[in-house]
Design a protein around this ligand. Structure first.
Ligand SMILES: NC(=O)c1ccc[n+]([C@@H]2O[C@H](COP(=O)([O-])OP(=O)(O)OC[C@H]3O[C@@H](n4cnc5c(N)ncnc54)[C@H](O)[C@@H]3O)[C@@H](O)[C@H]2O)c1
Ligand SMILES: *[C@@H]1O[C@H](CO)[C@@H](O)[C@H](O)[C@H]1NC(C)=O
Ligand SMILES: *[C@@H]1O[C@H](CO)[C@@H](O)[C@H](O)[C@H]1NC(C)=O
Ligand SMILES: *[C@@H]1O[C@H](CO)[C@@H](O)[C@H](O)[C@H]1NC(C)=O
Length: 395
């Protein structure tokens, strides 16, 4: 009995063992074939092909940058943990550029050094465009640690991986928030950086880390300080679709579109007694298509041992009132405007002097008509009522 039992168990476990071996072999064959042939494109350098790691490539600006890079025949790896971005944006890009070796998406958290290190050891990047971050001024005052962690600390993780794996070109997404509220306008790259909120401070710290590191290395660094980014792909393939829960911290274009769609009862303009021409805040609105063009020019002009720091703006300030008028015209909706008290932490007037980037990189803003930029963005908003969730057209 005992003997027979053991024997039967033996045969059963033997069969199970054989089945497991066969299954494993099959899984191994099926997984290896496609993945090794695609990963080769990304894991080896290829003459004439520049492989760019786009962190935060599922986000608003990163996805537009990836689209432009792919159109210009760069090889692109997107790393994003989808905490704020949209897998739908990645899908759009994958459908547009299905060729093997054009685009790969890696789901990973840049706050995880082991994961980042693995990505760098398995892929042969030529350059990094580091977009991934959290990026709402209001939220940064409520949750400062989230900002220092996901901006400053994560940039350090990316930089360490670049150093270890000999990736020598970095294009960094910085912001006019690093300047704070300077007394004189326009803001040049020489203007003192005195940020006044955790978002601006975290970005400034990340800049400092990058600059200090670059002094003793042969890295090519380009730091782009964007002003207020608006607009979307003129061909309507991508748009801006932040998480609904971020609405309260949202940017003015999103707020305007939400009001036009009737999701919000109206638009709140906070502060009408600033020392500006019409009393509302003045900002420099840069279209995402121009911004992405600045990145491509920065990448093309990046040189070892050199650091380039550039403002990316139009050089022209527009008031919130002007913006709202342009938005009303672009959407065709007569949005209800509520004029309220000032919001703490807002500065009256901010606009760039973009002459350095024009002089050195031959870049200038082309989409400088607010109405046109907003019309393009509104077209996407209207046909994507639930962001990337659905693409249902409405009237
Ligand atoms: N939108 C603007 O007006 C503006 C202005 C100046 C600077 N910037 C900078 O541009 C960059 C992109 O901003 P955006 O407006 O496209 O923001 P976004 O939130 O749309 O995109 C950021 C992306 O980074 C990803 N991400 C965040 N933390 C991550 C992590 N730990 N690991 C992996 N992925 C992570 C998010 O999932 C998201 O897809 C940011 O660095 C931001 O500070 C934006
Ligand atoms: C994304 O990354 C952050 C750290 O930056 C982490 O806290 C968060 O849990 C991650 N989210 C997802 C969905 O992985
Ligand atoms: C950012 O960092 C905090 C930890 O400080 C974490 O809780 C959060 O999930 C991180 N990620 C994002 C996208 O905010
Ligand atoms: C600068 O850009 C313009 C417009 O794209 C182009 O026509 C011109 O040839 C460029 N000049 C140089 C010196 O590259």
């Amino acid at each position: 009995m005992d003997f027979a039992d053991t024997k039967r168990k033996g045969t059963i476990s033997g069969k199970i063992f054989m089945a497991a071996v066969v299954t494993t072999i099959f899984i191994f064959i099926f997984r290896q074939t496609p993945s090794s042939s695609t990963s080769n494109f990304f894991s080896h350098r290829e003459a004439g092909v520049t492989h760019v790691l786009v962190t935060g490539g599922a986000g608003y600006i990163g996805s537009h940058a990836a689209l432009r890079l792919l159109k210009d025949s760069y090889r692109v790896t997107i790393v994003d943990n989808l905490s704020r971005g949209n897998i739908g944006a990645v899908k759009v890009l994958q459908e547009l550029f299905p060729e093997p070796g054009a685009l790969q998406f890696i789901y990973a958290d840049l706050g995880d050094p082991k994961a980042v290190n693995k990505i760098f050891s398995e892929n042969a990047f030529d350059a990094v465009m580091h977009f991934a971050a959290v990026a709402y001024v209001g939220e940064s005052t409520l949750e400062p640690l989230r900002y220092y962690h996901n901006i400053t600390s994560n940039t350090l993780v990316v930089l360490e991986a670049m150093a270890k794996h000999n990736v020598k070109t970095l294009i960094y997404s910085s912001t006019c928030a690093t300047y704070g509220e300077p007394k004189t306008m326009p803001i040049t790259e020489e203007t003192d950086q005195l940020p006044i909120n955790p978002y601006g401070k975290a970005k400034k710290m990340a800049e400092d880390i990058i600059l200090d590191f670059s002094k003793n290395s042969d890295m090519a660094v380009m730091i782009l300080r964007y002003f207020n980014v608006i607009g979307s792909d003129p061909e309507g393939r991508l748009g801006e679709a932040p998480r609904p829960e971020l609405r309260e911290h949202g940017r003015i274009s999103g707020a305007c579109f939400d009001a036009a769609r009737g999701i919000m009862p109206g638009l709140k303009v906070k502060g009408t007694d600033y020392k500006t021409a019409d009393g509302t805040c003045v900002r420099d609105y840069i279209d995402v298509t121009d911004l992405v063009d600045a990145h491509v020019k920065a990448l093309a002009n990046a040189k070892p041992k050199k650091v380039g720091i550039y403002n990316v703006g139009t050089g022209k300030g527009r008031s919130v009132k002007e913006f709202v008028e342009a938005c009303k015209k672009a959407t065709g909706v007569s949005i209800k405007i509520d004029y309220l008290e000032r919001r703490p932490g807002d500065y009256a007037e901010v606009y760039s002097d973009p002459s350095k980037i024009r002089r050195e990189l031959n870049w200038t803003a082309r989409y400088t008509d607010l109405h046109e930029s907003l019309q393009i963005a509104w077209r996407w908003q209207k046909s994507h009522v639930n962001g990337y969730g659905t693409s249902r057209a409405t009237a």
